[in-house]
Design a protein around this ligand. Structure first.
Ligand code: 5GP
Length: 180
């Protein structure tokens, strides 16, 4: 991977390579293909950060599936605001459907906790969670992650869909905030 990058006022160092991410996403796709064989799951991708992960993940899902998007927001800059706002909601019928929530990163767990509470009200047949990244040291809410890409340190990261103040989403690798 290349060297450090700068986004706005902050510097970031390479953390997870494009190869490492793609290999793991392929593995997760294979696991989900086996788990949902013969079913038609609805993947629900939490925007904005999960758009790249979701699009790669469903390319590695071998059966029929559908995808929908919901926009939730709890971050401002590099800090969680402590509140989750639902910006775009789901309009389709979820009752009786197997649902796979696709999340970019579980930090405090607040976003997922909030979203899973909303989902349960719709009576889906089942709900499983696939998250690319998890910061276990930041956990404030117990949320079930059924399939995880990588467990990471409690430091701010960008790339592969994740941004810092709007920038960095287009990077194919993941970068961590530089500590110096
Ligand atoms: P939580 O609700 O679990 O605290 O945070 C989840 C959301 O916060 C993620 O979906 C993501 O949008 C954002 N987030 C958490 N940690 C990071 C991070 O290290 N980098 C970026 N860019 N966003 C993060």
């Amino acid at each position: 991977m290349n060297t450090r990058i700068r986004l706005h006022d902050l510097e970031f160092v390479p953390y997870l390579s494009e190869d490492a991410i793609q290999t793991r996403v392929r593995e997760l796709g294979a696991v989900l293909s086996a788990q949902y064989a013969g079913q038609t799951p609805l993947f629900i991708s939490i925007l904005s950060g999960a758009f790249m992960f979701a699009s790669d993940l469903i390319r590695h899902f071998s059966g029929d599936c559908e995808i929908a998007f919901v926009k939730l927001r709890s971050y401002s800059g590099t800090q969680s605001t402590g509140q989750v706002q639902s910006v775009i909601g789901l309009e389709m019928e979820l009752a009786g459907r197997p649902i796979v929530i696709v999340e970019d990163i579980v930090d405090t767990g607040r976003t997922l906790h909030y979203f899973m509470e909303q989902l349960r009200l719709e009576h889906p047949a089942s709900v499983s969670v696939v998250a690319l990244l998890h910061k276990p040291d930041a956990a404030e809410y117990q949320v079930p992650i059924d399939h995880l890409g990588f467990s990471i340190e409690n430091k701010f990261v960008v790339g592969y869909g994740l941004d810092y103040e709007g920038l960095g989403r287009n990077l194919s690798a993941i970068y961590q905030l530089a500590s110096d």
